[in-house]
Design a protein around this ligand. Sequence first.
Ligand code: IVH
Length: 674
Amino acid sequence: MDKKTALQRIQELRSKIAYHNRRYYQLDDPEIADAEYDELMQELVELERQYAEDIDISQSPSQRVGAPPLEKFEAATHFAPMLSLANGFSREDIIEFDDRLKRMSGSVVHISYVVEPKLDGVAVNLLYENGHFKTGATRGDGTVGENVTENLKTINSMPMKLNQGPGIPVPARIEVRGEVYIGIEPFRKLNRKRLQEGFALFANPRNAAAGSLRQLDSKITARRPLDIYCYAIGAVEALTFETHWEILETLKRWGFPVNPRAQCAPAIEDCIEYYLMIEKDRNTLPYEIDGIVIKVDSLALQSQLGTIARSPRWALACKFSATQATTVIRKIEVQVGRTGILTPVARMDPVQVGGVTVSRATLHNQDEIDRKNIREGDTVIIQRAGDVIPEVVKVIEACRTGNERRFAIPANCPACNSHVIRLTGEAAYRCVNLECPAQIKENIAHFSSRDAMDIDGLGEKLVAQMIDKKIIKDPADLYYLSLKTIAGLERMARKSAENLLESLEHSKKPGLERFIYALGIKRVGEQTAKILAGHFKTLDALMNADEEDLADIKGIGPRIAHSMVGFFSQPSNRHILQKLFDAGVVPLSASAGRESHLMPLRGKTFVLTGTLKNFTRDAATEIIESLGGHVTPSVTGNTDYIVAGTSPGSKLSKARTLNIAILDEDEFIRLIKH
Ligand code: IVH
């Protein structure tokens, strides 16, 4: 590239980045995938480095963090600036980072680091004076952020007052830095609720967190499942630390949630190992991350290395492969679900997203399609969170050619051709024909699925074939199939037919909760089924309960109660249940059936350390044992989890060196509740 072109490109990149900064930081409505943004920034930084002599970089977005604050909030100036992080994308980048630091510090020995997951949320600065929370702000442009104090106060896990006690210092003033986020499950729940209530869905947990934290009315914020992890301090008075790890430990003692996956990495190889491990675990974490952060542990070395432009030299954000990607929607299809709901699904050109190939995305319902203005033929940004079906984040309208086709949910069910209706108060269209083959297929597939009756060898295609051939029309019919009938189906060998009969036989004594879940009653998921089974113990008792009995149970609302009673009062459902009983299907009562799913911690070894707030050691041990796990006094290679209360002992450091999963009290509670 010649100089003239390069300088032009720099201008172009700067204005593009400034535009995207505004979309992301101010409007919470990004137009490009994070990875694409990172690419633009990388290119700009590289060009500015090459042509440093010919340009003024002081006003470049490469020198700034985020965007200036929105006008609607009061401005809050941080005592110490909030910096951003330099990015890396691979193991090589990590090694280069370490080499660079060794070179710059003249260090001959290795450098020790602390490694942490990089949460994808909103950075905040929390100011505490004499141990009390005073104000809190977003990062803004790094110097001045938005004062969101009242909204931050709605986050339960954030301390209003620092813990005090012997050996715990309380500084006159301290800035604590952290990331406000929404976990994946709370995010899905929030979006499900918005879908039902007809509100626009949040594109991802980060946008939901940003949008919630920047509400002018903190009553709205209070209803959003915001959470926080703290990972650094800013300005602090009359208190010194020697290492970053010591800061994290102190933050914990003060009562801040600190990510339990943070750990010491004595050498760069440990950082690489951690990077690979967290990338592998990424889909199992309860929150979204986009990489890890590597920080020099020694604060003396940190200050020696210093800061350039927008980021400290002593830290690196090492990103994972993107969970967003750009592709083209070829066709929009309609699927009929178990309860008759018509869901539009996009068929797309296959793309790699977060390590898997994706070619379908849910479009939720017609309202969502209209709101996002999605058409067949559109180029779109799609995204995957955890291991769920990907979603379309947005259409890139600049790619339109004019040949895109609008889409409307058909007036008739694509499976049975009966007229579809839209119930009042619902965003979805439904096929209400109870004999609709698509619904029956979904229903039977659900009944036999792994978490329900667990009938091995009964795939979707096979179910579809049996329904199309009118061999079965409800789940109970499965138990009346003969070897001859099954073996007569297409692509069915005698051996597989025998196996299927055997798994059907095996499935006849399910735990009560599985059985309840398998029935596919509206609003009754696994969690609800568990509560009902635990409460009623037998199916009989459950079938005889009235709406009032049900609604009185903790965790069961009036809508579930209504749906349960409605289900059991319907003659066709009673008939199917009777057919199941006649075939020898008997759900085991909740207390009798100590099956493996009732003992979720079976085979897991726990070690307890420190003081727990909500349990004595004996009580915690009893709970773990009642769920099938056991507790041992010391940490060994066989330990699966260490539960760390306040002032944990040396067991915790041992667990860290052995890479054992560490749970703080809240996480332990979540685990046992789960
Ligand atoms: S440290 C000077 N640690 O990433 C270092 N940041 O791209 C300040 N982030 O603004 C940040 N997890 O919003 C740090 N464990 C972590 C982080 C983290 C997420 C975010 C934070 C920061 C951005 C930098």
